[in-house]
Design a protein around this ligand. Structure first.
Ligand code: G6P
Length: 476
């Protein structure tokens, strides 16, 4: 990395706070690709993120100038955005509208529905993005590089460009990007504003070619921008934005080191005792509509119904961690997952065999332990920007696991030769892939798993992030 100042902006930052009854604050480090990417970086770096909870807001108010460096959080500034504005921007626009558009999740007879209230939500999204643009404009030194992350912050690049034309600005989308026909269901002016906001960046990055191509198609179709699909450039309003593909991978060395720690080893032992010598199918997700957990469970049910030879010989461990529970769609989805799991246990379970274990409490060491023991890993999202579970699983597998993978995950582009690929809507095909995966000879599984591991670790987080910054040195 060169020595220019680097600013990162994302909704969720690297730390979160907890407020005890006596008013003391404790800090917790988060996980995920971006946190890993930043962990090993030194130099002049500042991370700007939003305060997500009352405890975060308390920390910001106590900190001088909103800087949280003294909590051991690194150079972090949390923005204390008014609570109502934050909720409308995060829940109503980012996690409902934009997330639903890019993951094509709408159930169109009922939603979406854009009305006067949506306008107010949208204004909050603008204000939230402006708060980031203001903070970045204030903190950035001349010529600094700014890496703005994800769908929460699509307007910020354009707003920042207006405030500080001297900066080198990158935007990275961690989600898929919708094709124009679907993208156009948003009100026209909002659809235009989002694209023009991202095009305020010099470089717009995606995890997979498919999403980069869809973005370029939207620019051509919605903005009538001049696009070059081969060179991956978009010209609009007299500016050029380059579009790039950088598929985030995992850092195999630090992941394995984490998995070797005593808390993971203890959970591994407990899981081993619980599962015995049965085959183990694992899935690990946030309880998230795009992750397609209900169809995944339906596939497991069909496997047990069609292949009674597996009764008593297989266990499905499904980790479905809570997510975004402010949104009714997520609460309903969580209930649907739990109902389906209960049905499967009732239908097939008996005194000596628990066919399905659904774990809903977030327990990272237990997830790592499960990766190690899995014979089969099921990753079946409807659409997914990348999906790191599909990459972490093979890396941590002790005996070589077979991967059943949705063709609609960004990771499919890198892993499709050695995973068993499925259409995520085809429950029967998924059930058959699970059966094949369970039957796969051990040697074949190990060989495939080794190749999956190589692909999964090809662009570890720090190199992935460096690629975003390097792309800014090649301004068109
Ligand atoms: C996805 C998004 C991230 C987000 C994460 C967790 O991976 O791309 O930006 O942080 O989900 O969602 P949450 O709403 O809990 O931050």
């Amino acid at each position: 990395m060169d020595d220019s100042q680097v600013l990162v902006a994302s909704n969720r930052g690297p730390v979160s706070f907890k407020l005890a009854d006596d008013g003391t604050l404790s800090v917790r480090r988060g996980g995920g690709g971006l946190v890993s990417a930043m962990a090993g970086l030194d130099g002049d770096i500042l991370w700007i993120c939003a305060a997500l909870s009352d405890a975060d807001r308390a920390a910001v108010r106590r900190a001088e100038d909103g800087r949280l460096d003294e909590y051991g959080a690194g150079a972090v500034r949390m923005l204390d955005i008014p609570v109502g504005t934050f909720h409308r921007a995060y829940n109503a626009v980012a996690n409902s509208t934009l997330w639903f558009v890019h993951h094509m999740l709408y159930d169109t007879p009922n939603s979406p529905h854009f009305d006067a209230r949506s306008r107010r939500d949208w204004q909050s999204y603008e204000a939230y993005n402006a708060a980031f643009a203001d903070a970045l404009a204030r903190d950035a030194r001349p010529g600094a590089k700014v890496a703005i992350q994800d769908y929460h912050l699509t307007l910020a690049p354009g707003m920042l460009r207006e405030r500080r034309p001297d900066l080198k600005i990158a935007h990275f989308s961690h989600t898929p990007w919708a094709p124009p026909e679907y993208y156009r269901l948003m009100p026209d002016d909002i659809g235009r504003q989002v694209l023009e906001g991202v095009l305020g960046a010099d470089h717009a990055g995606f995890h997979a070619e498919h999403w980069a191509d869809a973005f370029i198609d939207c620019c051509a179709s919605v903005l009538q921008a001049k696009v070059d699909r081969v060179a991956r450039t978009v010209v609009h309003a007299g500016r050029v934005t380059r579009v790039g593909v950088h598929g985030l991978g995992v850092d195999g060395v630090s992941l394995r080191a984490r998995a070797a720690e005593p808390d993971v080893r203890a959970r591994r032992q407990a899981l081993r005792e619980q599962v015995g010598d049965r085959k183990l199918i694992v899935r690990i997700d946030r309880t998230e509509l795009s992750k397609n957990i209900v169809r995944g469970l339906a596939a497991y049910r069909e496997l047990l119904a069609k292949h009674p030879e597996w009764h008593g010989r297989v266990v499905h461990l499904a980790f479905a961690y809570p997510s975004r529970h402010d949104l009714p769609e997520y609460r309903e989805y969580t209930a649907a997952v739990q109902r389906m799991a209960a049905e499967i246990s009732d239908e097939f379970g008996d005194a000596g065999w628990e066919p399905l274990i659904l774990q809903v409490n977030d327990d990272y060491p237990r997830s790592l332990a499960a990766y190690g023991l899995a014979d089969v890993l099921l990753v079946n999202p409807i659409r997914d920007g990348m999906n790191l579970v599909a990459k972490e699983g093979p890396v941590l597998s002790e005996d070589g696991c077979a991967l059943v993978l949705s063709r609609e995950a960004g990771a499919a582009a890198e892993l499709d030769e050695d995973a068993l690929m499925i259409n995520p809507f085809d429950v029967s095909q998924t059930a058959e892939a699970l059966n094949q995966a369970l039957l796969m000879p051990r040697a074949e599984r190990a060989e495939r798993c080794a190749r999956l591991t190589a692909a999964a670790t090809a662009l570890p987080p720090q190199r992935w992030f460096a690629a975003q910054l390097d792309a800014l040195d090649h301004r068109p």
